[in-house]
Design a protein around this ligand. Structure first.
Ligand code: GLN
Length: 484
């Protein structure tokens, strides 16, 4: 078996199709891992009962398709009929949506079995999953550390083997940081590649529903299934990646000699030396094999973090205006007027970070300050995008996925700026709308280090093929036995 599919969900699905592996028995073993890990990790906010789960596995096997036999976890800001959708907020407690997100519909039509909904920072605002109203998720690789965020629940569940694939959302790094901290892989697709119908919005101009898995080939498989035009999301592009995973499996990793990589000095310098060293070591291996590696200066990237947060706050404030709280069980009990109900419910049912963002967003959009903050940020965004489009036309841009090793629980909570700083590597791809892949680069002191590759718009295939090479060279991916 080719190394790049060993231990992958892609291979499991193939073996199930060929009748070599019993899909139901294997899925039951995956469920067993959830049972043995979940108390310690708390990756799920809601989980299907065992019998119900086996029912959807069987249905997926009967339906057939590329995900038949595979177990899929879904971040709780993506809507699945029959499950609650809290988005990690008390504001949405008790909400039972009567429809399903397009991305999830596609997973189910492809034969995948949804096992449950995973924890996240409230409304996907955060980088550690500690800001969930339902308590933090722990990193299964090291229980006193965070799994990254905001899609930390999905990443943690993948890392302990409680799912083969997972859906997350990425507004400024929310699948890539969790991948970096849990030794898994994730792709933030080109803006518009995947439908956001059924995603509870945080910052629409930045975010994408995003595939997560333990192996790059599986990220490709899930991406292929969920991407493509959707009449229910007018921002989707008319572009499909049919046969992507099969093609990658057949053709294998990119030839090192064909790879042109650019490493922005500003971003490498922003990483802790321990993290930078792991990424540098991997780059030297690739260099030795014939990849071309160019150090570049992209000074505008220093403004990516403030530009991102200004825009994200503004969009968050607009999006969250919809929650008047009249329907939530968390609502204020003895309000005397509608205004009072709204004010008191929003004060009570939103967490402190969400409220901070509503205030900041209203501020940067307010008369007198709009030009100074919001408009200035959109201008920076345009320059960052132009620069990244220029760069990704000639090379893949390589950075660490996170500037630091997975933080300890509580370590980043005292000061919001410390939390926001975790996103310094990842926000650029969202501002530019370009695809970005995070995958394991190696370890430092036993903890995982992730590397990020950014490519040209719609350049996912090239990006993933390069990812296969990085993955094999690093050799740091999880070696989970196929039998689950
Ligand atoms: N940490 C970033 C934020 O809080 C990104 C979150 C995300 O990608 N959803 O905005």
């Amino acid at each position: 078996m080719e190394e790049w599919v060993e231990g992958s969900g892609f291979l499991v699905a193939r073996l199930v199709r060929e009748g070599v592996v019993d899909g139901v028995e294997r899925a039951a073993r995956v469920y067993g891992r959830v049972r043995s890990w979940e108390d310690r990790v708390r990756g799920f906010l809601s989980l299907r009962g065992f019998d119900g789960f086996l029912g959807v596995v069987r249905a997926g096997l009967e339906r057939g398709g590329p995900l038949s036999g595979l177990v899929v976890a879904v971040k709780d800001n993506i809507i699945v009929e029959g499950f609650p959708a809290t988005a990690g907020s008390r504001m949405l407690e008790g909400y039972r949506p009567g429809f399903t997100a397009t991305s999830v519909e596609r997973v189910v039509s492809a034969g995948g079995a949804v096992i449950g909904k995973t924890n996240l920072d409230e409304f996907a605002m955060g980088s550690t999953t500690e800001l969930s109203a339902y308590g933090p998720t722990r990193n299964p690789l090291c229980l006193d550390r965070v799994p990254g965020g905001s899609s930390g629940g999905s990443a943690a569940v993948l890392a302990y083997g409680g799912a083969d694939l997972a859906l997350g959302s990425d507004t400024g790094g929310s699948v890539r940081l969790p991948a970096a901290y849990t030794g898994t892989a994730a792709l933030k697709p080109t803006y518009g590649a995947v439908s956001r119908y059924g995603l509870i919005p945080y910052a629409n101009s930045l975010e994408q529903v995003s595939p997560m898995a333990r192996r790059v080939i599986d990220v490709a498989l899930l991406f292929e299934v969920i991407s493509g035009y959707d009449p229910r999301d007018s921002t989707t592009l008319n572009h499909r990646w049919e046969g992507l995973a099969e093609r990658l499996a057949r053709q294998g990793p990119a030839e090192p000699g064909s790879l042109k990589l650019c490493v922005p000095e500003e971003l490498l310098a922003a990483a802790d030396p321990t993290v930078a060293r792991v990424v540098e070591d991997l780059l030297s291996k690739l260099d030795w094999q014939g990849a071309s590696i160019e150090r570049v200066r992209v000074p505008i990237l220093r403004h990516a973090l403030p530009a991102y947060y200004t825009i994200a706050f503004a969009e968050a404030a607009s999006n969250l205006a919809r929650y008047d709280g009249s329907y939530t069980p968390c609502r204020a009990r003895d309000a005397r007027s509608w205004e009072e109900l709204v004010v008191e419910t929003r004060s009570k049912c939103f967490g402190p970070e969400v409220k901070r963002r509503i205030f900041m967003g209203a501020y940067v959009l307010s008369v007198g300050y709009r030009d100074m903050y919001y408009i200035a940020a959109t201008r920076l965004r345009r320059r960052i995008r132009d620069e990244m489009l220029r760069l990704t036309r000639k090379c893949l841009v390589v950075t660490p996925a996170s500037p630091v090793l997975p933080p300890r629980l509580g370590e980043r909570l005292s000061d919001p700026l410390k939390l926001y700083a975790l996103d310094v590597m990842t926000v650029t791809a969202n501002l530019a709308g370009i695809p970005a892949l995070a995958l394991p680069a190696g370890r430092a002191g036993g903890l995982p280090v992730g590397v990020q590759l950014m490519g040209a718009p719609l350049g996912e295939e090239h990006l993933l093929r390069a990812g296969l090479l990085f993955e094999l060279e690093a050799g740091a991916y999880m070696k989970v036995p196929v039998e689950g």
